[in-house]
Design a protein around this ligand. Structure first.
Ligand SMILES: [Zn+2]
Length: 624
């Protein structure tokens, strides 16, 4: 998503305390154990969210021990002016343990009327957010079996399904689940590691339109001025993207994107409030081209259609699978930027198609979507626009408090705190730097491999690393370690000095270095010389393995670009030129996250931090 509040936080516009503690975190791994349900943590419903770090990443975390949800099937009744619902929910699970004794789901608030497992009515028990459906005697499935259950409930959701008058005064209903607010309106394994298919059957006033994930398979008039619409998404999607929207909505044709498997057409629709119908083409007009542009680079679009929806989401945009929800106000006032549209569309592959299996790996969702935002700038406007967007991301990241934490770190109790400049802006930079390190061909091949392997499933950072390693044929452990598992960014100083020499003489290289000859000599110029470049990493902590391009510019002459390959804290390089450079620019195209500065040496080369010796590392010159 693009999170309006979180982005304001990043920009320093709001103090963290201004974030409304709308919901308390109740991670499923903090719930009562099946063996001793009463021993669990009391529900924290209604209490302000704590902000302390409580949970370390856990590679073995299973949000639904003993079973895996295959599909949710929700039947909802909605009425204008009434902020409550009546629902019947069916669930199909695959059993993963021979000793499963109950199905454990999350549901907050709402009144459960009845339930059944395997066709037998059962007594549903509740402990805080946990809903326990015991397996009746005689129902003892083995691992690999499927099992069906249902639960009927009613009530007024206090979050998750937003039922209210919209900015135009009309009654609308929109789901808004991220990160774990689906539990406010249906019983679920409310964690991104357990994805499932979803069917939503919704009965509404006859003059309403509905929108949801997947394809609409039924539109049936009912007596009493009602209608029923059914939406089916067969792909497994994260619970936090399972949504429905309903109200008097205008649906406009947004064209076809040739982006499905085998080039199949993906229909695109703009779903907006009738008063804002002009905004659809204005704000979403690029959607079909964005979908096609990403499909060429990432793989086929993973869903049968894409709706872009004006909604009640608390985020600027929310990447619900096949039905992206945008904040109503941003559509109404025309301020939803194309960058946001591109971000949410990129999520359809990364976040929705392949989902982070742990919250700690959220950069696999937000970093990839932010990279997609920048990539769309490159596709639509060229490389300079891509670099400009990355520069904006860099400035946001370096001025945020996220620089003190690694991308892969502990999970905060309040999951909204995951929406920081590590997940978004630095995450996008990691991909941009990986692209640079392995080259476009291997990088996008790796992205496609990762998507092809895991779409419909959840994955971890190591899975993405493996796909990129397979595509590039290189061990990238060092890259993932330095950019994801340590905080901050390098800070690099390059100093340069000129010393005259004989024309045409190749500068002697230092041991372990290669010297570069300059570009075309200006005829009739005088004696040449040598530029000595010296780079130091001055950040705290260990050295980064990094390549720093340096551009040597001469007025009226061709630029020469060389690359300082740093394997330690320092590197140096000698470059012979026909004439002294007029300017020297380190990292002119901003390919290295963090400050990189060049200055003409006024005395001895800059001292590198932590006792590193200048010139102690290899340098290598490369023509651009
Ligand atoms: Zn996002």
């Amino acid at each position: 998503m693009t999170a309006a509040v979180a982005l304001a936080l990043l920009a320093g516009l709001l103090a963290p305390a201004a974030t409304p503690p709308i919901f308390a975190s109740a991670r499923p791994d903090a719930l009562p154990s099946p063996a001793n349900p009463a021993s669990g943590t009391p529900t924290t419903a209604g209490l302000p969210a704590r902000r302390t770090t409580v949970t370390a990443p856990d590679s073995a975390f299973d949000p639904s021990p003993g079973f895996d949800v295959l599909s949710y099937d929700l039947s909802l009744g909605l009425r204008a002016g009434i902020d409550s619902l009546e629902a019947v929910q069916r669930i199909t699970v695959r059993i993963t343990s021979d000793s499963l004794r109950e199905l454990r789901l999350e549901l907050r608030g709402l009144t459960v009327d009845s339930g059944a497992v395997g066709g037998t009515t059962v007594r549903v028990r509740r402990h805080g957010d946990t809903l326990l459906l015991p397996l009746p005697s005689g129902v003892s499935p083995a691992a690999g079996d499927t099992l069906r259950a249902w639960v009927a409930y009613h009530g007024r959701p206090t979050d998750g399904l937003i039922m209210r008058r919209d900015i135009d005064g009309a009654w609308t209903v929109f789901a808004d689940n991220w990160p774990d607010r689906a539990r406010y309106w249906f019983a679920s394994v409310d964690h991104p590691a357990d994805k499932a298919a979803v069917t939503i059957r919704v009965t509404v006033p006859a003059d309403w339109t509905t929108v949801a994930n997947g394809i609409r398979t039924l539109d049936l008039p009912l007596p009493g001025g009602r209608r029923r619409q059914v939406w089916v998404e067969r792909a497994s999607i994260p619970v936090y993207t399972m949504v429905v929207g309903a109200g008097r909505l205008a649906v406009e044709d947004g064209g076809l994107a040739r982006a499905g498997p085998g080039g199949a057409a993906v229909p695109i629709h703009y779903v907006v409030f009738p008063e804002d119908s002009a905004r659809g083409p204005e704000l979403f007009g690029a959607a079909a081209r964005i979908v096609e542009g990403f499909a060429r680079r990432f793989g086929p679009f993973p869903y049968p259609k894409l709706d872009l929806v004006q909604s009640a989401t608390r985020y600027g945009g929310m990447e619900n699978a096949g039905a992206i929800f945008f904040a109503e106000q941003h559509i109404s006032d025309g301020t939803a930027p194309e960058t946001e549209v591109a971000h949410e569309i990129a999520h359809q592959w990364f976040g929705d198609g392949v989902t982070e299996a742990r919250w700690s790996d959220i950069w696999l969702s937000e970093g990839f979507a932010s990279f997609g935002d920048a990539l769309w700038q490159e596709i639509s406007r060229g490389p300079a626009a891509y670099r400009k967007r990355l520069k904006e991301f860099e400035d946001l990241y370096l001025s945020s408090d996220a620089v003190g934490r690694p991308i892969l770190g502990p999970v905060p109790a309040d999951l909204t705190r995951l929406l920081d400049a590590n997940a978004y802006q630095k995450g996008a930079w990691v991909l941009a730097m990986l692209r640079r390190a392995v080259g476009d061909s291997a990088f996008f091949d790796g992205l496609r491999r990762y998507f092809a392997r895991y779409h419909g499933e959840s994955a971890l950072t190591g899975d993405f690393q493996a796909a990129e390693q397979d595509a590039s044929g290189r061990d990238l452990s060092w890259f993932f370690d330095q950019w994801l598992r340590r905080p901050g960014a390098p800070s690099i100083r390059v100093s340069w000095s000129w010393s005259g020499g004989s024309r045409g003489a190749s500068a002697p290289g230092r041991p372990g270095t290669k010297a570069a000859r300059a570009g075309p000599r200006a005829p009739g110029r005088g004696t040449g010389g040598v530029v000595e470049l010296s780079a130091c990493q001055v950040q705290e902590g260990a050295a980064y393995r990094i390549s720093v391009p340096v551009r040597l510019s001469r007025a009226g002459g061709a630029d020469t670009t060389v690359v300082l390959r740093m394997r330690g804290r320092s590197a140096s390089l000698r470059v012979s030129l026909d004439a002294p450079p007029d300017s020297v620019t380190a990292d002119p195209e901003n390919t290295v996250l963090g400050p990189v500065r060049a200055e003409e040496a006024t005395g001895s080369p800059p001292a590198c931090a932590a006792g590193a010796r200048p010139g102690g590392a290899e340098g290598e010159a490369r023509r651009p």
